[in-house]
Design a protein around this ligand. Structure first.
Ligand code: DC
Length: 222
């Protein structure tokens, strides 16, 4: 069983994906973390993102894994726990440009499909229902009002001890929305058969209940 969840930055898709995975005992895969980990590596090693040769060489040196530690999904880059580093504003400000590179997407999509081979999964991202798993059993496209998204993201970053202003977060979301929806390869868009969930006025529990009701409906028809 594959559940694909796509949507704009900070729209609540990973909250939904994690809750669904927990409820259904599926594996949760955060595809955004993979693009963030590659961005972290590129910045750390001064990889010139417009040089195909440098990008290729760097990608060959990268491994990405996940582990569930104390109930938290942790991303490892070359066996190093980078979960905290990849959530910084520096990474958020550079990740969309890295995610627009064809070779980067090729490598990560391959990895995403490999992870899904042996388990039931919930994966969230931007191209999961359109490109990675066009035949996913259920696809959700999550949306929320722009102001609400920025506020939620800002509060989350502050709670995690990050120094950031609401304006910075708003600008970052606007920038990422623009780059992610207009890039040439696999731009963010709603799959034709995706169920849209607008969570502007929903709390986490209501969003989960709504998604679960669609899944139950789907399972009844199987
Ligand atoms: O889900 P996130 O905000 O952590 O994702 C970070 C960036 O990675 C996002 O701005 C676009 C990119 N991304 C992507 O292009 N495709 C995916 N499947 C997931 C994320």
């Amino acid at each position: 069983m594959t559940i694909a969840i796509d949507g704009y930055s900070s729209c609540g898709k990973s909250t939904l994906a994690k809750a669904l995975a927990k409820e259904l005992s599926y594996v949760y895969v955060d595809s955004g973390a993979m693009y963030r980990a590659v961005t972290y590596y590129f910045l750390k090693h001064d990889v010139a993102i417009h040089s195909e040769k440098e990008v290729d060489l760097a990608l060959d040196k990268i491994t990405i894994d996940f582990a569930n530690i104390k109930g938290k999904n942790i991303c490892f880059l070359n066996n190093e726990n980078v979960e905290n580093e990849i959530r910084s504003m520096r990474i958020s400000n550079n990740v969309s440009e890295v995610a627009a590179i064809g070779k980067v997407r090729e490598k990560l999509v391959k990895l995403q499909r490999q992870i899904a081979r042996n388990s039931s999964i919930v994966m969230d991202g931007r191209d999961i229902g359109t490109v990675v798993f066009p035949n996913a059993d259920i696809k959700f496209f999550v949306t929320a009002d722009k102001t609400i998204r920025a506020e939620r993201r800002y509060n989350e970053l502050i709670e995690n001890g990050k120094e950031v202003t609401l304006r910075e977060v708003q600008q970052n979301l606007e920038h990422r929305d623009k780059v992610d929806t207009t890039r040439a390869i696999s731009p963010l868009k709603k799959a034709d058969d995706a169920i849209e969930i607008d969570n502007t006025h929903l709390n986490r529990e209501d969003q989960l209940k709504l998604a679960l009701s669609y899944i139950t409906q789907f399972q009844k028809h199987c």
